[in-house]
Ligand binder design. Sequence first.
Ligand SMILES: Nc1ncnc2c1ncn2[C@@H]1O[C@H](COP(=O)(O)OP(=O)(O)O)[C@@H](O)[C@H]1O
Ligand SMILES: [Mg+2]
Length: 515
Amino acid sequence: MMRPAATAEAIVDALRQGLVALDASQRVVMANPAFCEMFQTDPTAIQGKSLFAIHDGVLDIPELRIVLEDSLPSGMPSAELEIRPTLPHVGKRVLRVRARRLHHVLLVIDDITERERQAEALRGSEARARAILNATADGIITTDLHGVITMWNPAAERIFGYTTDEALGRKVTMLMPSSQDSPQKSAIEHGDDHGGFIAWFRDAVPRIIGQTAREVVGRRKDGTRFALELAVSQFYDEKGLRFVGIVRDITQRRHADDDERQRLAELVRVHRVSLVSELGVSLAHEVSQPLAAIVNTLGACARNIREGKGTKKDLLHLVNRAINESLRASEIVRNLREMARGRPLQRQDLDLRALIERVIHLIARHRERHHIGLRLALGDEPLQIHGSAVELEQVILNILQNAIESILESRRSHREIAISLSKIADDKLVEVAVRDTGVGIPSSSMERLFEPLFTTKPSGIGMGLAISRSIVEAHGGRLWVAPGEHNPGATTVRLTVPLAPQTTRPGRTRRRNVA
Ligand SMILES: Nc1ncnc2c1ncn2[C@@H]1O[C@H](COP(=O)(O)OP(=O)(O)O)[C@@H](O)[C@H]1O
Ligand SMILES: [Mg+2]
């Protein structure tokens, strides 16, 4: 059995805190190993010395003097005092000191430098995180495992209309439209119960994490619904698994996209009208031909009837001819009108080859009248793509119109437009190439061709290629111009459009080795 004094001594020696006993004049009576270690000294060196003399006075700190000399009541521990001396060999430390007057004055010293440093770092990163949370335009929301909101930043206040106080502690489901106020289910809700939602959230996290944000529907405090982009991630804090959702109000962006689309659609429409009215002059001329033929045929018919000449069969033949000419005229007019008006803009599955044939047909007379030949290599199978027929017809029409105008300008004897269609890029794309024997494009204009309003024609508008390129790119393709390869000075305009994924037809299935 240890004597009480020995026990006390053992405890003092084992303490990790530095402990020093002082007499009434602050001279060291005893110091424990932790104290000696802290101050890089040994008991004999400081025995009987003033505390304030150790290491040339590292502890000679005014606050400490006040505590020790005057105001230390008997028996009561002093308030904690934090001092920051620079110690020999170890440098600047943060020490927490408590004093107590018993028989001697006992001084207990805690080295809290590391703890301080960690707290400091934490405060720093917390302050940084706070600053980011407050400044970011994205709503940042954290929830616990049960969907209860544990953090809510100012942007989330702005986006959803709930203040931080209102949001904290409530379920994140209040931010999502419930099935009552949305007949069609939004992507974010999954079942009406919160449990279902949380399950969705939890299941979704592994799938969403590391992926780009997805668009979902949100609900503001006032009940209005809006489009938002949601990215979800997870983390652990001292209370366990947490989810963090980063939300961005994309209503504005949606509007901007819509505006952009509408502007383009309007531009496309205006351009189409101008394109058709340009063609219209020559097409009006085409219509007058069948009309004249009709007048002649029916005139002959009337004459025959009046004079009692010709058999019934002859008369029928003349009437049929008149009917055919009428159909031809009305078809020209109808094509023109449809082209100008534009059928409703819709993406649909369509055959690009048939589309090109329609446009060729539309300008056939115009082309023939100017004695321009046509060489076609359209292949013999339909080429299915997904897109807007009206828009793509306009692109082809514009390219052909440019080709004709260029040929008319050149006055060369070889007048020809060649159109070819081919599958490229492992049958993923179809390429249309339109080559003409016109004036060609000087390299100085090459770069500016696609600029809106760039034209070299006296009455040109300069929108054709610009609009055509936007249309083709909106279809996931490209449009570019290369100087003619076979014919110096001639031009080839090329465009690509993605082919619709092949539906396998029995007997025509092509097998490929999949690596
Ligand atoms: N096939 C072509 N051959 C020569 N130049 C062309 C051809 N296609 C387009 N260009 C040039 O590109 C310019 C812009 O064409 P476009 O955008 O259709 O506007 P516009 O036909 O109203 O001038 C034309 O003015 C012309 O200089
Ligand atoms: Mg043009």
